[in-house]
Design a protein around this ligand. Structure first.
Ligand code: NAP
Length: 330
């Protein structure tokens, strides 16, 4: 049985990766923290390891104690935070610590998959064209910049077998940010920034997990990919699908970006000050969601992995909204 370490296992995507890896017969080690919520990691086959990425020496000791992993999927990461320095510390420095610990203990796995983000490239630079692998990355947020810096570090290594996956917006059960939109539609309001015609792409979390776990066994290494369901959507189509599936009539509000920026600023300040919790609408997120074009060219996935997503947005939303209803969250 091949041993795979999945970091960020307690998170939205990580928990699906764990499930898929177990389903595919791997010996799964879930990398978690003392503070991690384990409610979605209930399979008795899961082996848990508490990892402190800030301490390279303890990482090295742990690696030596457990023995070499055949594969590592590094999914742990910060996507929103009150402390902006954490983007660089967690997403870049901690990844570097993990990789250095692997190199220094000669524990480099057969393949190291880094879960990056489309945000590392930033939005499409031409009005309606998808971002291409050959484009020059221009991330607009600290989050995107930290992912790009990590990618550049990984690519600079010699003889290190990596794959970099850059998912676009990932949706599905258990997810917390798109959920805000589902709730608002349920309350009869659909919202936009600047335009209803914003171009967006999606990947359903189960397709993403199947792709990543499937890629462990492929011979391909040292390449990066954008991950989407190979389709293009507009913000209006997204909202239309949600309201149709929730059977709701809505009023649609198109807010000017300048107003949303102020709201994001106030929202973040108040929430961070009062509860140290970063809200979904925050200043860094605003930089991303206010961009006009988040299409990406994922065609290399078809060529290299024969990727055939099972879910388009409509099918994925059916399953997602069912889950929220079942959990009495909608
Ligand atoms: N969701 C998306 O649309 C999307 C799109 C593109 C890329 N990604 C990438 O996918 C990965 C997972 O995202 P997600 O949406 O599943 O986010 P999530 O639900 O917030 O999960 C993040 C995971 O990272 C762990 N983590 C955070 N800070 C950590 C630290 N200091 N030390 C160790 N572990 C830490 C969290 O552990 P705790 O549970 O203990 O907090 C959690 O398991 C991230 O790298 C993200 O950048 C996500």
């Amino acid at each position: 049985m091949k041993k795979v370490l999945i970091t960020g296992a307690s998170g939205f995507i990580g928990s699906f990766l764990v499930e898929e890896a177990i389903h595919e017969g791997y010996d799964v080690y879930a990398g978690i923290r003392e503070s991690s919520d384990l409610k979605y990691l209930t399979d008795p086959e899961i082996k848990f390891i508490y990892i402190d990425f800030s301490n390279k020496e303890s990482l090295k000791n742990q690696l030596v104690e457990i023995g070499k992993f055949d594969f590592i999927i590094h999914c742990a990461g910060v996507t929103k935070t009150c402390n902006k320095k954490l983007f660089d510390i967690v997403n870049y420095q901690y990844t570097k610590n993990l990789i250095e610990a692997l190199l220094e203990t000669s524990m480099v796995p057969e393949k190291f998959i880094f879960v990056s983000s489309l945000a590392a490239f930033g939005p499409g630079q031409k009005s309606a064209e998808p971002i291409k692998l050959t484009d020059t990355p221009k991330p607009v947020s600290y989050y995107g910049k930290s992912k790009l810096k990590t990618e550049q570090y990984i690519k600079s290594l010699k003889d290190f077998p990596y794959l970099i996956f850059r998912p676009t917006g990932v949706y599905g059960p258990k997810e917390k940010d798109y959920y805000v939109m589902y709730k608002s539609t349920k309350q009869g309001i659909e919202t936009y920034i600047n335009t209803k015609k914003q171009l967006i792409s999606f990947i359903y979390v189960k397709d993403l997990s199947q792709l990543i776990i499937g890629a462990l066994n492929s011979k391909i290494t040292n390449k990066a990919y954008f991950i989407s369901d190979l389709k293009e959507y507009t913000a209006q189509e997204f909202n239309w699908l949600i309201k149709k599936k929730l059977n709701k009539k809505t009023i649609s509000l198109v807010f000017p970006g300048s107003l949303v920026r102020i709201l994001a600023f106030l929202n973040e300040k108040i929430s961070c000050l009062l509860s140290n919790k970063i809200p979904t609408l925050n200043t860094e997120k605003f930089k991303e969601i206010s961009q006009k074009n988040w299409l990406c060219d994922s065609s290399d996935l078809v060529k290299d992995f024969n990727f055939k997503p099972e879910y388009n947005l409509s099918k994925g939303l059916d399953e997602t909204l069912q889950w929220y209803k079942k959990e009495k969250l909608l």
